[in-house]
Ligand binder design. Structure first.
Ligand SMILES: *Cc1c(COP(=O)(O)O)cnc(C)c1O
Length: 631
């Protein structure tokens, strides 16, 4: 089997591409990764990267595919349309994009445009987000939901939005917001539309389970909701209550949790309608998942349902409750952010360097006459390792290494012997790891060896800037070389970034059955070797931080068309060093003044010639204006 030719399909299988790609990514016959777009269009990632590099653009780069984003918006709305038709549901569906998931201009504008005819709206969770949303061109019937905690400014802006002709709904997250809304709507003479976020008993599943339930941060309980209804009735404003809203957390892995939550929310809606409150919208919140590992399970990086099943279950459940309660079927609203944005971008990072046991030349110090017995023991162990005795040798070697450490610390072992002993030990581990590959059954102690022996691929990026969720909450993103996929990857690797933080590493990878501790990669061959990080279009762009002053990365917006194949519509430069430094409260001029003064002093002492002084000045300026990543 070992010698059969490795084909692109084998790579697709190895990296699980058909399982997580949702049809947007594919390994082509040349072993290169390709983006598939509607209308039979496709783009080879390597070609785009080569063009950008030829144009002098530096890595890392985020490639954004607005067509993928538009397609996601369309797919979600169409999925609901189909379900509505199938069940003969009497209301319609209107999606809302919660912009906190990705406020980048191209993202919001693309979603607004692609969703115009579907009446897709936006959701703001802060004043700044509302200011952004109000300026977008969305359909007059599209919703503009205002969530999050609010002050007078937030509420006033929302009310002005209604005067502008926008369908703004203010979601009450807590009781006290009602008085604020009533007071300001009188002051501004605007009739408000309010929604109530209801604290469901139902909980989500997966990592955000605690977002729902009694202890949720947001929402009104049943008594509070009734109080709101009474207040509005007193004010003769019952018809202002236009939406019931719930959100049980992001990345719901189990469809059953969604059904339970939607059933509860619909019962709340139906009770209000029966009590004479003309609620128009039922907003089921976010939570539609992304299958990061492609396993179609309730594992936190996956989901056990499709977008179509989600839409069908939401529509069916709402209808079922409404029919039983004999109330009108509401307009269904959902606030999917992750599922709309995750697929549209690919972060491309170059491998800079490889270090680790299989690459670093083993340097074994010579044997000395008076070598310590413990080193001799290791020497003997290293000489006869077989599949049969591997486990025994491993245990002995580990014990010897421990003894060696103790001896050294007590002053009974020379640095030379320690060096030789460690080198022998490393050699033993490597031989055992080879033997493990031929074992049918791998003993527990040896299971972790491939990880210990994995090479470290140093990549030009910052985990904290570009993949904060991998660092903070262990989100797994598919990672795969964008080329050489017709060659068998022969190394097992973990990835490290270029920050000085030892947390800046990736050592967990997607797998259909488990979480893999290493990623199969190719031996660098002197040419650029690029890895693509996929499905990172949700939350990462926004949550990323400037650890070590690595800034936002360069971005290219890439569009496919029939004539040219593809076209780079826009290149957005990443943050320059100067910007990152100024963010910390420094002024560029002060920095320059300080450097110039130091040069002058050094020059007077004779440490600098005039031309050297000039050169330092130039280098300093170049770096201030430069990209923060390695160039
Ligand atoms: C964050 C958030 C969303 C988005 O959730 P996704 O799981 O990304 O779809 C939706 N609604 C509310 C209220 C949110 O806070």
């Amino acid at each position: 089997m070992k010698n059969t030719r490795f084909k692109p399909q084998d790579a697709a299988e190895l990296y699980g591409v058909p399982y997580w790609s949702s049809g947007y990514f594919r390994v082509n016959d040349e072993g290169k990764l390709e983006v598939d777009l509607p209308g039979g269009l496709s783009i080879v990632l390597e070609e785009v990267i080569e063009e950008l590099v030829a144009r002098g653009k530096s890595m890392p780069i985020i490639l954004r595919f607005p067509q993928v984003l538009a397609e996601r918006v369309k797919s979600l709305s169409e999925a609901f349309r189909k379900a509505i038709k199938e069940y003969d549901y009497q209301g319609k569906y209107q999606g809302v994009f919660p912009i906190k998931v990705n406020q980048r201009r191209v993202v919001v504008e693309t979603i607004a445009k692609a969703g115009y005819s579907y009446h897709t709206g936006l959701e703001a969770g802060s004043k700044a987000e509302l200011a952004l949303c109000l300026a977008q061109n969305i359909h007059p019937e599209a919703l503009l939901c205002c969530n999050g905690f609010k002050d007078d400014g937030f509420v006033s802006l929302a009310l002005w939005g209604r005067k502008l002709g926008k369908n703004v709904v203010i979601t009450l997250e807590k009781m006290s917001e009602l008085d604020r809304v009533l007071r300001l709507s009188k002051e501004l003479n605007v009739k408000p539309a309010v929604g109530v976020r209801f604290k469901l008993n139902a909980k989500g599943s997966g990592q955000w389970e605690e977002s729902g339930g009694d202890n949720a941060k947001f929402g009104l309980n049943a008594a509070e909701l009734l109080h709101v209804v009474e207040r509005l009735r007193e004010e003769d404003m019952l018809d202002a209550l236009s939406m019931i809203h719930c959100h049980i957390g992001s990345q719901i892995t189990d469809i059953r949790r969604i059904k339970v939550a939607v059933r509860e929310a619909t019962n709340v809606y139906a009770n209000l309608v029966k009590a004479g409150v003309p609620v128009k919208y039922l907003n089921v919140g976010g939570g539609l998942g992304v299958d990061y590992d492609g396993s179609k399970t309730t594992f936190y990086a996956s989901m056990n349902y499709t977008m179509a099943e989600y839409a069908a279950d939401v529509v069916y459940t709402i209808q079922e409750v409404c029919q039983r309660m004999e109330v009108q079927e509401p307009i269904i609203v959902s606030e999917s952010g992750r599922a709309l944005t995750a697929h549209h971008s690919v972060l491309v990072i170059p491998v800079l360097d490889v270090t680790g046991p299989t690459v670093d030349q083993p340097f074994i110090p010579d044997r000395k006459e008076d070598q310590h017995q413990i080193v001799t023991d290791l020497e003997q162990l290293s000489e006869n390792i077989t599949v049969r005795n591997a486990r025994e040798v491993y245990n002995d070697a580990v014990a010897d290494k421990e003894t060696m450490n103790n001896l050294f610390n007590l002053g009974y072992l020379s640095l030379h012997d320690r060096a030789r002993g460690e080198a022998l030990f490393n050699g033993i581990i490597r031989k055992i790891a080879k033997a493990v590959q031929d074992m049918k059954y791998v003993p527990d102690e040896l299971e972790d060896l491939p990880r210990v022996l994995a090479d470290k691929y140093v990549c030009n990026f910052s985990l904290f800037q570009s993949l904060p969720d991998n660092w903070a909450i262990d989100t797994l993103f598919p990672i795969i070389p964008i080329h050489r996929l017709d060659e068998r990857p022969t190394r097992e690797a973990t990835l490290v970034d270029i920050t000085c933080d030892s947390d800046g590493k990736i050592d967990k990878f997607i797998d259909l059955r488990d979480v893999k501790r290493t990623l199969p990669l190719h031996v660098p061959d002197g040419k650029p070797y690029y890895l693509g990080i996929f499905l990172a279009g949700a939350y990462q762009d926004v949550l990323g931080s400037g650890h070590n002053l690595f800034g936002k990365v360069n971005e290219a917006h890439v569009v496919a068309d029939k004539e040219e194949g593809y076209r780079i519509e826009l290149f957005v430069r990443g943050q320059k060093a100067r910007r990152m430094i100024e963010n910390m409260g420094y002024e560029e001029d002060d920095l320059r003044d300080s450097i110039e003064a130091q040069i002058e002093t050094a020059r007077k002492k004779g440490h600098f010639t005039q031309s050297e002084a000039k050169e330092l000045g130039t280098t300093y300026t170049e770096e201030l204006l430069g990209y923060t990543y390695l160039e």
